[in-house]
Ligand binder design. Structure first.
Ligand code: ZN
Ligand code: ZN
Length: 309
């Protein structure tokens, strides 16, 4: 009962943070739009456009976190965890679209670079936006890690790359204003666009992996094997261990070989012991164990510990 209350509280915390991320994204977008409007800089335009992506990403993450926390129902008996991947794919596609829009604008500016109006006010406003982004990103990454929410961590990381881009853009624009080389402005925009394309590629790639029922990584796989081995006293063998990740949930299934004459009750005790141990170590884990008699074993009998085939 206590565990249920704690997880409800952490879900609320994550959902509240996801909501405020939308508000922050709008404020930052507004500041960056003003900075662009004051200067007419293509680099600041691309920086602002990247922030519109952040707004949409924040909206999508908010939706995904809500849906993915919906308990399993009759239509979705395994839960709704994969909602997070849909929002991430959408985010990736939008990121790519933003990059292409920037390149269109760069092509226009390349033919006739404009001199920047009001450069210092614009740059100062852009810096304020970046500081807000930096502080918010740190909060998201810290809380996301503590609450085990991959969506929040991803949101924070994404905003951090936005901060890095902005620092580069501002430094470059200061150089452009000081040297008078106006070509630096569209040139910086190209770098921003390429950085955004790279992010989009990354986001799409990792979400597609999730939709494709990717297994846990090697270290985690061996950790799961060790937990099962250490808790399967009374069984003869374990084989066909399969895992898949869906958002924050991990699905585990395997075959457990026991003496064919063992009672259902006894084998169930072993299953429960393994399940308890896995649940204690891995958050949001779902386990399916298929019990088989000894003639299904894949290894020759006689080993003392419970081996894996
Ligand atoms: Zn089997
Ligand atoms: Zn049971």
């Amino acid at each position: 009962m206590k565990a249920v209350t704690a997880s409800a509280a952490s879900k609320q915390k994550v959902a509240r943070l996801a909501f405020w991320t939308i508000v922050v994204a709008f404020v930052v977008l507004g500041l960056k739009a003003v900075a662009w409007w004051l200067t007419g800089s293509v680099a600041l335009y691309s920086d602002a456009l990247e922030s519109t992506v952040n707004v949409i990403a924040a909206l999508a993450a908010f939706w995904a976190i809500r849906v993915s926390h919906t308990p399993a129902d009759q239509d979705h008996p395994f839960g709704h965890h994969k909602a997070e991947y849909f929002s991430a794919v959408l985010e990736g596609v939008l990121i790519v679209v933003a990059a292409l829009l920037i390149l269109v604008e760069v092509a226009r500016a390349w033919n006739g670079p404009v001199n920047l109006d009001e450069p210092w006010t614009g740059l100062a406003i852009n810096c304020v936006a970046s500081v807000i982004n930096l502080l918010w990103a740190q909060l998201l990454i810290r809380t996301g890690r503590a609450e085990r929410s991959p969506a929040l961590v991803a949101d924070g990381r994404h905003i951090m790359t936005d901060v890095v881009t902005s620092v580069g853009v501002v430094a470059g624009l200061i150089a452009a204003v000081l040297t008078g080389w106006s070509i630096l402005d569209p040139a910086l925009a190209v770098i921003v666009a390429l950085n955004i394309l790279w992010q989009g590629w990354h986001v799409i790639g990792s979400s597609v992996q999730g939709l494709m029922d990717r297994a846990v990584d090697k270290d985690e796989h061996f950790r799961i094997r060790d937990i099962i081995s250490a808790n399967s006293r009374g069984a003869l063998e374990v084989h066909d261990l399969k895992t898949r990740i869906a958002g924050r949930a991990t699905f585990i299934e395997f075959h457990l070989i026991v003496d064919g004459d063992m009672s259902v009750r006894e084998s169930h005790v072993i299953c429960d012991r393994i399940e308890e141990a896995l649940k204690a170590e891995i958050p949001s884990v779902r386990i399916t164990i298929h019990v088989e008699p000894d003639h299904e074993a894949k290894l020759p009998p006689g080993t003392s510990a419970v081996p894996f085939a």
